[in-house]
Design a protein. Structure first.
Length: 336
């Protein structure tokens, strides 16, 4: 499971009157990887580079990829554009240390926003999801230790505060209890039922409406198959919702707090130089099509077959030459 993050910064001396926005689009990895990750904040940006990642300032691309063939990875230039908003608190004005400090500050602000409590802009969008179900993810997250400090929100094994957007997104993604291999036979069960009773398609809410009653049916997290169409349908719908959460977008808007902006009711996130008012929205929440499940199953099968073939090829190349000609092994004893 991954989301798209958009962050805006007003620029120019007239920003208090007419905001001009710089946009950041990046993939947010919810599943932290283990091992030595180097500097976690800077590495967060580096990890996202295989995915769509770009930053635009006043409509001009200042970081990222216009397409797959034109990557832009000039950290110094990026830091130059961001310095008015994230000037390092250590006072360094230029050089590699300044670049590193600016990028670290950017990632810290984004991380604090993503780990902050519910914002009314998205609180209802991802309300659905199972509770804590034992070990989850993010055991290697560099932010897990800071979340244990007194006064922080309660956390579970994922290391995420339970009222933050990433936690809620993760819980919805976990509705995919069976994966596509286990789900496809249940999908076929529903299909056979619809072939026999096509008039029931509307009653089963295959095409909506996706209302409160629809989501209430998805709270059943049992995995014991009783052979009914109802069980199969619930798992199919849970899969659709989970896949939607795995492919949704997160939009974050940041703007520096002004001294006379006491009327602004948006939450605030601090940085080393100033404070930012922010708002969070979840986009791309159109439910994944029911008809796309066979395609996903075929695609997954191709990936598994290709991986299995690659593993067998790699294993074959590691077999010693003397064992390739025959599987028989002869034991020769010598007198000592």
């Amino acid at each position: 499971m991954t989301g798209c993050l958009r962050v805006g910064f007003p620029t120019g001396p007239q920003c208090a009157r007419i905001p001009e926005w710089a946009n950041i689009w990046c993939q947010v990895p919810l599943l932290a990887q283990g091992g030595d990750r180097g500097d976690p904040p800077t590495h967060l940006l580096e990890v996202t580079l295989p995915y769509p990642f770009s930053l635009l300032k006043n409509g001009e691309l200042i970081y990222g990829c216009k397409d797959a063939r034109s990557p832009t990875t000039d950290w110094s230039e990026l830091a130059h554009h961001l310095k008015p908003f994230f000037f390092p608190s250590n006072g360094l004005a230029s050089g590699p240390h300044c670049t590193r400090a600016v990028i670290r500050e950017l990632v810290r602000v984004i991380t604090r926003v993503l780990l902050s409590g519910s914002d009314k802009g998205w609180a209802s969008a991802l309300r659905l999801g199972p509770g804590s179900r034992g070990p989850c993810v993010c055991e290697a997250s560099p932010y897990r230790r800071s979340l244990r400090q007194p006064g922080r929100s309660s956390v579970e094994r994922s290391g995420l505060p339970k009222d933050c957007l990433l936690y809620k997104t993760l819980q919805v993604q976990k509705l995919d209890l069976l994966d596509i291999e286990g789900l496809y036979p249940l999908y076929r069960r529903v299909e056979r039922y619809l072939e026999e009773f096509p008039e029931q398609r509307k009653a089963l809410q295959i095409d909506g409406p996706y209302d409160e009653a629809f989501y209430q049916k998805l709270l059943d997290l049992s995995t014991e198959d009783d052979g009914t169409v109802a069980f199969a349908l619930t798992k199919v719908q849970q899969y659709r919702v989970a896949m939607t959460a795995k492919d949704c977008s997160i939009m974050i808007a940041l703007s520096p707090c002004l001294q006379d902006a006491s009327s602004d009711q948006r939450p605030v996130v601090p940085s080393s130089r100033s404070r930012f008012a922010f708002s969070v929205s979840v986009l791309d929440l159109d439910l994944k099509p029911y008809e796309s499940i066979p395609h996903q199953y075929k695609l997954d099968s191709k990936i598994v077959n290709y991986y299995s073939k690659a593993v067998r090829t790699a294993d074959a190349t590691r077999v010693p030459t003397r064992f390739k000609e025959s599987e028989d092994c002869t034991l020769v004893l010598h007198k000592v």
